[in-house]
Design a protein around this ligand. Structure first.
Ligand SMILES: [Cu+2]
Length: 342
């Protein structure tokens, strides 16, 4: 089942749910337990030091410590803790996603070292790896981060914060789960493919995704059969690649080695060095900017070391896109509503 089909099923199931909702409301109104608010609970306990996810000016190479966990699996690490203001949200309504990063002194962190032009990168995705967003919240004087955000469907969503405290010589990626009410229809991953489409762009992927050693991944972007040769720098790079491991959503964030100075042009190829920590299936989300808009291309990759070879004639033969809900970067509030400089 493709994601597009799953979405249509979700819409149909939603109509069914409305039909049942009245009966359910009658039942729950008489039941004080069912009507009670769920109590907040803590996230996962702190885990061990992970690989550096986002190294300024280069790409994540990963430490060679074989016992280390990848980033993004813990809510607390090295004395820093992600503290969401709430972990309960309704779906389909714009809410304020608000949180602090608590430092080793117990206070909200207010001093950051920028990575890729931002003090903090916020990645939001549902646990089934649908609905990916990469946005940039704003921070108030007290250290609280916030951004308007709409969770498009029910389910458990993962919120990652990718940042470097000024007092720490490395980046951290802390993650927490949040609970979104509303209909939950899990969306299966797309089959692995060397070709995808987003917003009228055709994107191909070539490379040998290895586990445990660096793999070179090359994305090529075309539009209407023509290679795109005027990609714009977005947050200091021609591409940003977030890879999430299926199963536990371990987090990798990579940037191309090639520099993207202001006003320069990139494309059609964007190359990344990526170290998948283990074998397994990963969702890859490539952000790139063209003609003033940010787009997110999505791939499913099996880290097996086997070559991914795109077909020779990709642009004209690309199938209709199978899309995750709300993964269009241009719809993302943070890309439009927050200034890119601080
Ligand atoms: Cu970012």
């Amino acid at each position: 089942m493709t994601r597009a089909v799953a979405l249509r099923l979700a819409a149909f199931a939603g109509a069914l749910l409305l039909a049942f909702a009245g009966a359910f409301a009658l039942g729950s109104a008489a039941d004080p337990i069912a009507a009670a608010d769920p109590a907040p609970h803590a996230g996962t306990p702190g885990m061990t030091d992970g690989m550096a996810g986002d190294e300024p000016g280069g790409h994540a190479t990963g430490h060679s410590d074989p016992g280390a966990q990848p980033p993004g699996l813990a809510v607390s690490q090295d004395g820093y803790t992600l503290l969401p203001a709430t972990t309960f949200f309704p779906s389909g309504q714009q809410q304020t996603l608000k949180f602090t990063i608590q430092g080793p002194d117990g206070k909200p962190v207010t001093q950051y070292t920028k990575t890729h032009e931002k003090d903090l990168h916020l990645i939001v995705v549902r646990r089934d790896l649908s609905g990916f967003h990469h946005v940039h919240p704003t921070r108030d004087a007290s250290g609280a981060w916030s951004i308007p955000f709409t969770f498009t469907a029910g389910g458990t969503w993962r919120v990652f914060t990718d940042f470097q405290p000024a007092a720490l010589g490395k980046t951290l990626t802390l993650g927490t789960d949040v609970n979104v009410s509303g209909l939950y229809v899990p969306v299966p991953l797309n089959e692995p493919s060397a070709v995808t489409s987003v917003d009228g762009y055709d994107v191909t992927l070539a490379g040998n995704p290895n586990a445990g050693k660096e793999s070179e991944l090359t994305f090529s972007i075309s539009k209407g059969g023509q290679p795109v040769i005027d990609l714009q720098p977005y947050l200091g790079a021609f591409g940003h690649l977030v890879s999430l491991r299926s199963g536990d959503l371990a987090y990798l964030h990579n940037h191309p080695a090639q520099l993207a100075t202001p006003g320069s042009k990139g494309g059609p190829k964007i190359q990344f060095g990526t170290t998948f920590p283990t074998g397994g299936t990963y969702s890859l989300f490539l952000d790139f900017q063209h003609a003033g808009k940010v787009h997110t291309a999505e791939f499913t990759v099996n880290a097996t070391g086997n070559a991914i070879v795109p077909p020779a004639t990709t642009a004209a033969t690309t199938a209709s896109p199978t899309r995750a809900p709300s993964s269009t970067a241009s719809e993302t509030p943070g890309h439009e509503s927050t200034p890119h400089g601080h």
